[in-house]
Design a protein around this ligand. Structure first.
Ligand code: URA
Length: 434
């Protein structure tokens, strides 16, 4: 087999056979196919697409390119949750303790933030001492003992995807449905859970700006997961404005803690209850969504979910006192309001811009090597549909550097659009696929 022939076949609109896809993935991972040939193939796929069989085969080949976690040592149905990424998306921080308190084991691989979106691991590191570098034995022991463990994505898992994703990132070939679906699902399948609940975001802060594209991606991933024998559900949710109010690592941790105390933002709570009920259904802990929501609300009311967060933080080396005392979390030196120069209803917030403002303050990574400042970020005071007077604060910015603060303030102001007419409500949950 020659890579050259496969590139020409795809360029001309042909379909790759399973053994051709295997060959390409295996030899590329081994370093026997050069980046320039794989780049040409990615571009050919970008323009010609892949059919369902090709996409499934690509996913499985990438899944099997490295280690596959064996979680059989964990009792019960292991449920994983994955978000396609967003701004202010602190969902796992509240959701994992909620679901674990209801008896569904959460054995989760998480990533760090890159670009305008945040990552769960960075957020968790706001707890002094917290680590996600667990051995597989410790990971499983923690899930069996307290019901949750979160580990960093091992480089040994789906190495083909790691290499390919880095290549796609610099060759303009990221935003292709088959390539995104196979990339995400190869890592999820290699992580060994029995059931996977996906949160596919859509809107100005998401990968999939258009709702129909988010649906198509969700459908593709559900199909792949089922094809690989997993229980699957996908929630399509709004990311046209940040989730909740807080954007930035420690600020988001505080908001997640408030949510576990029943004092969180309504949209964030709705998303946690929706994803949580899908996880409880997949984990066999509830017979229908209404019962699942009741169970989740119960563990919030009686404080079990908050206690579970503290146990989880403690088990991974963190200072669990910070769950009950916010002053132990990182805190920025400056707090400055972003004042509106007009009055009217907030009609649009460019969500990606808000993520970039947090990044500019130091809360995100511009490159993989960047060191992030956990204390900085933004707390929105106004969201879509809210009325704002001239001179009133749209948001509060938290910073440790005056120059960065000035840049972020100007940019955040530009992210808000105001109008005389009150915009209609935007549903947070667009749909659920199974
Ligand atoms: N996230 C991934 O893991 N892979 C993609 O291709 C896009 C987003």
């Amino acid at each position: 087999m020659r890579m050259y022939d496969l590139i020409v076949k795809k360029r001309n609109g042909g379909f790759l056979r399973p053994e051709e896809i295997r060959y390409m993935v295996e030899e590329y991972t081994r370093g026997n196919i050069p980046d320039y040939q794989m780049s040409a193939m990615m571009m050919a796929i970008y323009f010609r697409g892949m059919n369902e069989e090709e996409t499934l085969e690509l996913t499985l080949a990438m899944e099997q390119s490295g280690e596959i976690l064996d979680l059989s040592g964990i009792r019960g149905i292991k449920v994983d949750k994955h978000s396609t990424g967003g701004v202010g998306d602190k969902t796992s921080l509240a959701l994992a303790p909620m679901v674990a308190s209801c008896g569904v084991p959460v054995a989760k691989m998480s990533g760090r933030g890159l670009g305008h979106t945040g990552g769960t691991i960075d957020k968790l590191e706001s707890f002094p001492g917290f680590t996600t570098e667990l051995t597989p034995d410790c990971f499983m022991e923690n899930v069996n003992r307290i019901g949750i463990a979160i580990m960093g994505q091992s480089a040994k898992l789906a190495p083909a995807d790691k290499k390919l994703y880095a290549l796609r990132d610099v060759t303009g070939t990221v935003d292709n449905m088959s390539l995104i679906a196979s990339s995400i699902m190869s890592k999820k399948l290699a992580s060994g859970a029995d059931a996977i609940v996906l949160d596919v975001k859509t809107g100005s802060g998401a990968f999939m700006k258009k709702e129909e594209d988010a649906y198509a991606l969700a459908r593709e991933m559900v199909r792949i997961g089922k094809g690989a024998g997993k229980r699957m559900a996908a929630v399509i949710s709004d990311m046209d404005q940040p989730l909740g109010y807080a954007v930035g690592n420690a600020l988001e941790v505080k908001e997640a803690i408030a949510t576990l105390k029943g004092e969180g933002p309504a949209d964030f709570m709705e998303l946690c209850l929706t994803l949580g009920s899908q996880m409880l259904l997949a984990g066999g802990k509830a017979e229908d969504e209404a019962r699942a929501k009741e169970l989740l609300q119960q563990v919030l009311r009686d404080g079990r979910a908050l206690k579970k967060l503290a146990e989880f933080v403690e088990a991974q080396g963190g200072d669990s006192a910070a769950v009950y005392d916010e002053s132990l979390l990182p805190k920025a030196d400056y707090e400055e309001p972003c004042l509106s120069v007009k009055e009217g209803y907030v009609s649009r917030i460019d969500c990606e811009e808000v993520g970039i403002c947090s990044l500019l303050l130091g809360g995100g990574r511009e490159t993989k090597e960047s060191v992030i400042d956990l204390s900085v970020g933004i707390v929105l005071l106004k969201k879509k549909g809210d009325y704002v007077k001239r001179g009133e604060a749209l948001a509060l910015l938290y910073a440790n550097d005056r120059e960065k603060l000035r840049n972020a303030l100007t940019r955040l102001l530009g992210a808000y659009e105001l109008s005389d007419e009150k915009p209609g409500p935007v549903p947070l949950i667009k749909g659920i696929l199974r």
